[in-house]
Design a protein around this ligand. Structure first.
Ligand SMILES: [Zn+2]
Length: 439
């Protein structure tokens, strides 16, 4: 067999079920998959391309479990505000004025490129104009799970009936030959959707085996309102509507009580995507990670949109999360580095129901791989690879990125897009967005 690519040398941080680290090893890739992993020098082979990865870590591409890619152009537009003011005074009015397929495409191209430079190979996104997001991510080479945020009042009436399901089925059909693109169903939140919309989503998700992606218990007020209106806590309300019967990714999950966690844990289909930096900046609160872990709930991380974070750096997200929760629990043994690294790799793959394909480096899995250069002062010496990855490394050490067996970044150069053109576009849009803000 002639391989497409062989990564030669380096330490492979597999994140397999034994958490094996294979030093001085090679990964052979063909047809988008990992075909073989073997010690360097142990066998002879032919490959169309060989990449020297000695003195590197080979890690699974990182998985971002909650993002809003097209918000990239809103970075730094309105900061230092409470969530409700930020959303209702700035973000939603601007989105109502500006969101068109072309802007979504251009902003996604920017955000997706930025993600790849940060070691991210997959993102779970929620926004509007799904085709534009799909096309921009395909162009860059980023794997994406796309959903359209369903908001009653703002969405056309068609969303409230079964056409939501039909639309996703059509999109799945349209992109069926594109292995990077998949679709999920995203009622925005319990406060932006009616009970009927939420119920319809649960049914469609169940009938068509589609993932649910939604915001949950991000601020205290959301919980108080739910109790007032529905006489139920948010998770109880979701259960009543059937949303715990399907695989679900719940972003934020801050104000959740223990009884609610037990409901989430019952079927084992629910995962929480914690967005620490966004929550810190908006002072929304702290996700109760320790309690979630005690209840056996699958945890992963999301950057959220850059309008609230303001970066798409999952490595920092992981580092801040690990350190913050040690401090909050007054326990330095809490969330050790290896556990934190699972949040952005194998746990995230499990949340997506894709743990057989993504999230670890094993023969037969999809080749989504990040190469981390250790030739940096801050990455040396290495005693414990997880410690380096969680506490020391920054994204500039991500040297190469391979997604679906294709090189999308080499020596920090993006292969499928022109970075300067993306920067120029952002400057153009800034003028347009400023004008729209003034009007
Ligand atoms: Zn969000």
């Amino acid at each position: 067999m002639i391989f497409d690519i062989v990564l030669e040398g380096g330490s492979i941080i597999t994140m397999d079920d034994k958490n094996r680290i294979l030093s001085q090893s090679c990964i052979a890739i063909k047809d988008g998959k990992i075909q073989a992993i073997f010690p360097i020098g142990s066998s002879s082979y032919e490959a169309k391309q060989k990449i020297d990865t000695r003195n590197c870590f080979i890690i699974p591409g990182l998985i971002n479990m909650h993002s809003h890619l097209p918000m990239t152009y809103f970075r730094g537009l309105a900061d230092d505000l409470p969530l409700n003011t930020w959303l209702q005074k700035y973000i939603w009015p601007l989105e109502a004025k500006l969101i068109k397929p072309q802007l979504v495409y251009d902003a996604t191209l920017h955000g997706a490129s930025e993600m790849i430079k940060n070691g991210i190979s997959t993102t779970n996104d929620m926004y509007f104009c799904m085709n534009s997001i799909a096309d921009a991510c395909s162009q860059v080479g980023l794997r994406v799970f796309i959903s359209e945020a369903l908001i009653d009042n703002e969405s056309p009436k068609e969303y409230r009936d079964n056409t939501i399901g039909r639309r996703i089925t059509q999109l799945k059909e349209e992109y069926k030959d594109n292995p990077l693109i998949d679709f999920t169903l995203a009622p925005h939140s319990i406060y932006a959707c009616s009970a009927q919309t939420l119920k319809t989503c649960a049914k469609i998700a169940k009938d068509n085996n589609i993932l649910i992606h939604t915001h949950l218990s991000e601020i205290r007020e959301e919980v108080e309102n739910c109790l007032k209106i529905h006489k139920l806590k948010p998770v109880e309300y979701l259960k009543e509507l059937g949303l715990l019967e399907v695989r679900g990714i719940f972003a934020h999950g801050i104000w959740i009580e223990e009884e609610e966690m037990e409901l989430l844990a019952e079927k084992g289909l629910s995962s929480i995507a914690i967005c620490t930096e966004s929550n810190l900046k908006l002072s929304s609160g702290f996700a109760p990670i320790k309690k979630y872990q005690e209840k056996g709930i699958n945890l992963c991380l999301g950057t959220d949109g850059v309008a609230s974070n303001n970066n798409l750096d999952l490595l920092t997200e992981m580092s801040v999360t690990a350190k913050l929760h040690k401090a909050l629990n007054n326990d330095p043994t809490m969330l050790p580095a290896q556990e934190a690294f699972a949040f952005v790799t194998i746990n995230a793959a499990k949340a997506l129901g894709k743990e057989k394909e993504l999230g670890s480096l094993e023969t037969g899995k999809i080749a989504d791989i990040a190469v981390v250069s250790l030739q940096e002062l801050e990455n040396s010496p290495v005693y414990n690879p997880y410690s380096l990855l969680v506490y020391a490394i920054n994204s500039h050490s991500i040297r190469d990125m391979i997604i679906q067996g294709k090189i999308v970044m080499q020596n920090r150069q993006l292969c499928n897009v022109n970075e300067q053109q993306i920067l120029d576009k952002a400057a153009e849009y800034k003028e347009m967005i400023l004008q729209a803000t003034e009007k």
